[in-house]
Ligand binder design. Sequence first.
Ligand code: MOS
Length: 720
Amino acid sequence: MTVQFGNALPRVDGRLKITGRADYSSDVALPGMVFGRLVLSTVAQGRIRRIEVPRAAPGVVAVITHENMPRLRPLSFAQPGQTAGFAGKGFVPLQDDRVLFNGQVIAVVVAETPEQADAAARQVTVGYDLEPHRVDLDAALTELYKPGGEVDYSRGSVDDGLAGAAVVVRPSYATAINHNNAMAPFATVAVWEGEKLTVYDATQGVHYARKVLAGWLGLAKDNVRVVCPFLGGGFGSGLRTNAHSVLAAVAARMVGRPVKIVLSRAEMFTLIGHRPETRHSLALGARPDGVLTAVRHDAVQATSICDEYLDVHTKITQMLYACPNVSTTVRLVRLNVDTPCPMRAPPEASGVLALECAVDELAYALKLDPIELRRRNHADHDPRSGRPWSSKALLACYAEGAARIGWETRPIEPRMLGEGRCWVGLGMASATYPVYGSAASARAALLPDGMIHVASGSADLGTGTYTVMTQIAAETLGLPTERVRFELGDTDLPAAPLAGGSMTVASVGPAVAEACRKLRERLLDLLRQDESGAEIEETIRRPERLQALLARHGLERVEARVRTQTAGDDAWSAYAFGAHFVRVRVDRDTGEVRVTRVVSAIAAGRIVNPRTARSQIIGGVVGGIGQALLECTELDRAYGRIVNADLGEYHVPVNADVPEQEVVFVPEEDLRVNPLGVKGIGEIAIVGVAPAIANAVFHATGIRVRAFPIRPERLLEQEF
Ligand code: MOS
């Protein structure tokens, strides 16, 4: 029986949110609470010679600079200068007088009211000893370095493959800095009771945040509690634990009162990371029939001066197509910027953008339909590992998407379709994302009121974790969802991994199912002691009978706890696959690109909730429209300052930029990936969207813009 898998249950937390009763970390108010305001550097590199803070300004209760900031302990699991990935950040705030990027925290002012803190922070004066800085990636390409670890890959001989090719394309692409820009500003409220610290934070993983905070502050893990029941978006920027969180904790200890720090929108641009700027050079060779003979992909990515953040942008290039000769590299360059962080589908969002545009360029060079080219190079097994796929429905996604967007009437030549003053084009690209999974814990309990309480210290970024976990629990127990209450976002709850890598349902889901199965067995055991037969099933469905059961056995509650192991079987290569199809209209006079239709065909295993899943895909596509056409963080070369650190000038797609979207989930049964058969959808949603748009723009105009975002002026530079 599955009544819940496939049930489009509306969000169980929806009512709380739309009535304003869901408390985000910025909503937390505690008695005696004071407010921290950060002071940021206004230069990109140098040393602080002097910093004068008006300690006597009205309402000021404390000032923290590098001069009085306690020294934090290094994190044993993320050493400065080492590849930290999302795991942590080598940069720790206020530890010395060095400034390594414009917008770095250089002081915290704590005052009785936010306004007083703000006013005092504005009066801070700083003298710097300036040092040369660099924020221009193209100007720094001579200073590339190879990061540690296995970042390069090769199989066969690309040189031989290119020599033997009938057609070769060698395109290069550039992507801009993108900012995650979660809707809700990140905020932290910290409060101490003796040696015990409680932190209300905006995070994609309370257990991970606890590990980082306890590590920095030298506290036992049990003395730190992190709470985050709601997060107003994260897109990866809530994975890392950042300066403001630990500064709130330090300030709270210093003043002996709860301290709240809410980031401004501008601070969200320099304190929590971004999708790094990249450059890509590719070479693709093919036989006349389109079969690939060689694929080379060399990527360059910017990281910060103080940290080595690395996305291996070439990972998907290694496995997406069957090709005997493949070589990929990634190099880094250090710039005076905040350390990048994961942003929805690192490294796929940037890497697949380059690969799937290059494949499109190859299709035109071969005068071959881009879908047909992809079909001819379909990888029937994982060409990187040699393993079979756990499942793969990419061909079905091509077919579904093509049928729905009307691909069969698409002319193969560009600049053939028009509508009034506009050129019209159709483009597509493949999407894929690995299936990740992690160990997780959960507990399930029958409470005296007959409700089933299920809990795991996971996160809901607005993605639907509450809803889907409620469904998984109800499904396992054979109960309606109204009988289940699911709780997350608190280190007092069983440990769950970071909500990242599209793996929450795949990781926490099996733990929730297992806990509920165990609880059900316990209840059945108890029932068998006093009842028999069909009565038992009936009793589980009736709250009053369960209450009576607890009473009969003199129990407060019946509880089951589990910890699952990492799911997945190494015999298989596990990925979700899909394809995005896009129709665009390009104004011949203004160069303005309008996306007029998107069809996304996604095969991601079992879809527990088609409503929240569809929302994920729609959101990812909106992010892809931004990446392709709008989103670009601009740095002033002279000062290294972000000049568009607000949502007025950092353009994200608004409703008027987002067309009708069609989302198709291609059915897929795959119990090899995990016991629930779910592959994850949060990130595949964006992978392939931007190249599909770029490819549609080329089909419309015959102009290949290789620098993203595709702005009107980049099209108008050429005649069309
Ligand atoms: Mo995601 S970028 O792993 O939160």
